[in-house]
Design a protein around this ligand. Structure first.
Ligand code: ADP
Length: 795
């Protein structure tokens, strides 16, 4: 009899395949023959020539795609040209709404995208599902924010115009997102050519554009090989080319565009060093190597393809690496238990094989695990070269496969010298448990990205791009936006053309369930629940005609204390939630508020009889977008302190905040305080204005449906002079904002002395509907405190 323990240890992995059924069905819907996506429609398939796209894991043909001709490129550029001025005129908020809609559409189809990507490219489903596609959505969300903020954060800049974008096959949809999201955010329109080996997710993305009704011409997808790419590069009506691919093709494009006035950004090859010091944690290093070179079969431009290890720990690292390589699983990319999938195409496999042969011929030691790869598809085993001379071909040339070379060094200076001994400069990683060592080496490396004790990390908020022959221009973060803007008025190329097309200003609302009846007996909102007040007294609220609209609870000090306690419970999770998560919650809130725009407008009009009701609700939606946009962009700074260090100035939330809303704008006054505080990671106890609590209490249903965690937003209605002093005096409240009468403001400041909480008190009325008065960086600053972290940097 085998014991459970023995059975457990001898258990082999069973296959856990993801079903390709829906992907196949999608291909079937297109009859497995695609044309181009131009001006919002699929072009006619008549008379076009096509070529086959294979599944590299089986070599079976997946579909036929079109070879873009001069006529196709002309049509796509013309469509983008006509659309560009309209797209720009939509304004930042309009573009943000569309980018947000694209992000949502990608998320809704996430699994289908992941499966199509794995079928087409050969990458393991675990990577496409957990890395590529979530990052794609993240990119669109993040750049929805930049669209929203462009007017203030890039004031004086306008779009470049029509952008031609050419992308490679290693991260097909992710590269599309990296290119399209910032271009669109900044008001450009695009013609994108995916790589000939992997066009399918771009075509699925075109379907998504159509599904959400993206205005025609904003995104055009033309398929084809390098010849189609060259037509796009040479097109006189294209204002900028953004290219990711090999340094060879990058050079051709640089030459072709020289003197044309076209702007250019290039993200090219790499041979990134992976530097291991003897004090590194070798187990982490081994997992790091797995990520560095066996992620995406090593077909990563920033792959850590050169391990430089300090001599003393070389043998131990080699032994550990070989052990780990034995456990890697190569096979069916759709199998969730597979680590390494298929190589994208036969030519790529041949290239890898021939470089490995050359490495052996040049005298390096080649090691591969004892198991063998499946034979039916394009597979290549993980490969480790040792005894490699720094000048050897395999140490210099980008292999773009699961092949890593290992060299040793003695001193940190030698590590830097070998690391920089390359014509590339895309990325590098440094492994050491000693912070001083790691941060002494980082500034000496010639690379656009340096990872310390990690590798292959990407995010929409951080720029990515090369030094030297790895190219120029950045993708991601604010630094990535500069590629897609120009100083307004300079080179007006981007502004010409345009047609009289009627456009929806924002994506159509999706159908929603019937609206709930207006709540006539609002309660308090504490800890994510509607609760009755401690003492059941109410305050009557009248509408503009003097009729009773509702009776709201008259909260007391106990209610405030309960709300503070609920906020405290939510505090650490909310402060630690990623900025992206907070952004998403606020976008979702905006979306749900937009769904109920009419209801809120009617409510506001009935209560106030103000002609500006519709404006106020529209601005409330826009303001939610504004702070959602800021949530992951209110970055700190890095100070160049004049010693051997840098100082990271990080914005951190203040803590539990008490907010007393102004009376001027019933809905917007309340939200103008709550949104920035919450966006920056503070849970809040909000006291609506005495006169207009109903708009705030109407909101809790929207908060409930928007994934706002319970306790992050608490609402206590009642009499300001009874409630606000309790907040101001409360020792567990870290900050108070008060917009109201002067006497009460003075009391707030006095009472705050107890725990020296921060206060922001204003008694002068603001125009909350005004973009300058009612929102801005001031609010973000008041919602955060700066922590300066001094770290060693350079020696
Ligand atoms: P990789 O490094 O990804 O193997 P390439 O640099 O060959 O790839 O290709 C990247 C992209 O550039 C692909 O979409 C390809 O079709 C396109 N391309 C290849 N040659 C040219 C060219 N001469 N002009 C423009 N685009 C090209």
């Amino acid at each position: 009899m085998t014991s459970i323990r023995e059975a457990f240890e001898s258990m082999a992995w069973g296959p856990a395949p993801e079903s390709p059924a829906q992907a196949q069905e999608w291909l079937g819907r297109h009859q497995r023959a695609f044309s181009h996506y131009i001006n919002g429609v699929w072009t006619s398939g008549d008379g076009i020539s096509r070529f086959g796209v294979i599944n590299p894991a089986t070599r079976e043909e997946l579909a036929q795609v079109a070879e873009g001709s001069r006529g196709d490129v002309d049509a796509a550029v013309a469509a983008a040209r006509a659309a560009q001025p309209l797209w720009w005129e939509l304004g930042g908020h309009g573009r943000a709404r569309w980018l947000y809609a694209l992000a949502r559409e990608v998320q809704r189809n996430a699994r289908l995208f992941a499966v199509v990507e794995s079928l087409d490219n050969g990458k393991p489903i675990r990577e496409s599902r957990d890395i590529d596609i979530p990052l794609v959505a993240r990119h669109f969300y993040h750049h929805a924010g930049w669209a929203q903020l462009m007017e203030t954060e890039l004031a004086g800049y306008g779009p470049v115009g029509v952008v031609g974008q050419i992308i490679p096959w290693n991260f097909p949809l992710l590269m599309l997102a990296w290119k399209i999201a910032p271009a669109l955010a900044m008001g450009n329109t695009v013609v994108l050519k995916p790589a000939e080996f992997t066009p399918l997710t771009a075509l699925l993305f075109a379907d998504c554009c159509q599904a959400i009704g993206l205005p025609p011409g904003v995104i055009n997808i033309v398929t084809g090989d390098g010849r189609t790419g060259a037509l796009l590069v040479g097109h006189p009506e294209v204002d900028k080319i953004a290219f990711t691919g090999s340094t060879e093709v990058g050079r051709i494009i640089r030459t072709a565009t020289a003197g044309s006035g076209k702007r250019l950004s290039l993200e090219l090859g790499g041979k990134s060093p992976f530097i291991v010091f003897e004090d590194a944690d070798l187990d982490s290093v081994v997992e790091g190597v797995v990520d560095a070179i066996w992620f995406n079969q090593g077909q990563v431009c920033c792959a850590g393809s050169r391990i430089l290890v300090q001599e003393g720990v070389g043998p131990r690292l080699i032994e550990k690496l070989r052990g780990r390589m034995e456990t890697l699983r190569v096979g069916n990319p759709l199998d969730k238990a597979v680590d390494i999938g298929a190589i994208v195409a036969p030519v790529q496999l041949e290239k890898i094989e021939s470089l490995v042969k050359q490495g052996i011929a040049e005298g390096a030691t080649c090691w591969q695990p004892s198991w063998s790869c499946p034979t039916e598809g394009l597979f290549y085993p993980p490969t480790l070269f040792t005894e490699v001379a720094p000048a050897a071909t395999i140490a210099q040339v980008e292999i773009f496969g699961p092949v890593v070379v290992l060299m040793t060094f003695r001193t940190p200076a030698e590590a830097v010298e070998i690391a920089n001994n390359t014509r590339y400069g895309l990325a590098a990683s440094v492994w050491s448990e000693n912070l001083n060592t790691a941060l002494d080496i980082a500034p000496q490396l010639k690379a656009g990205t340096v990872w310390v004790n990690c590798t292959n990390m990407f995010d929409a908020a951080s720029g990515f791009g090369g030094y030297r022959e790895s190219g120029f221009g950045r993708e991601g973060g604010k630094e990535g936006l500069w590629e897609y803007v120009r100083v307004e008025g300079r080179g007006a190329e981007g502004q010409r053309g345009g047609g009289a097309v009627e456009w929806a200003a924002t994506p159509p609302d999706r159908p929603t369930a019937a609206l709930p009846a207006i709540d006539r007996t609002p309660k308090l909102y504490i800890g994510g629940k509607q609760v009755r007040p401690d003492a059941t007294y109410t305050i009557p609220i009248h509408d503009a005609s003097g009729a009773l609209a509702a009776e709201v609870p008259r909260g007391n000090r106990k209610d405030i204390r309960n709300a503070v306690e609920a906020a405290h419970k939510a505090e650490s999770a909310w402060a630690r939630a990623t900025a992206h998560t907070r952004a998403q919650v606020l976008y979702y809130f905006a979306e749900n508020l937009a769904v109920r725009e009419r209801e809120f407008t009617d409510r506001l009009a009935a209560l106030t009889a103000s002609p500006a009701s519709a404006d106020e609700v529209r601005l409330a939606i826009e303001r939610s977008f504004y702070y959602a946009a800021w949530a992951d962009k209110y970055d700190g700074r890095v100070h160049h302190t004049p010693f051997r260090n840098v100082t990271l100035a990080m914005n951190e939330p203040i803590g539990v905040m008490g907010l007393a809303a102004p009376e001027e704008a019933p809905l917007l006054g309340f939200l103008s305080l709550v949104l920035p505080a919450v966006a920056m990671g503070n849970p809040v106890v909000a006291v609506p204005s005495e006169r207009w609590p109903l708009l705030a209490t109407d909101l809790y249903q929207v908060f409930d449906t928007s994934d706002v965690p319970g306790g992050v937003i608490n609402i206590v209605t009642g009499i300001a002079k009874e409630l606000v002093p309790v907040l101001a005096a409360h020792d567990d409240v870290d900050g108070v904002w008060f917009f109201g009468p002067r006497e009460l403001g003075a009391e707030v400041e006095k009472l705050s002395a107890g725990n020296m909480k921060r206060t922001w008190v204003e008694w002068e009325a603001r125009d909350w509907l005004d973009g300058h008065d009612g929102q801005g960086e001031e609010f973000l600053r008041e919602a955060t405190q700066v922590k300066n972290i001094w770290v060693p940097y350079g020696a």
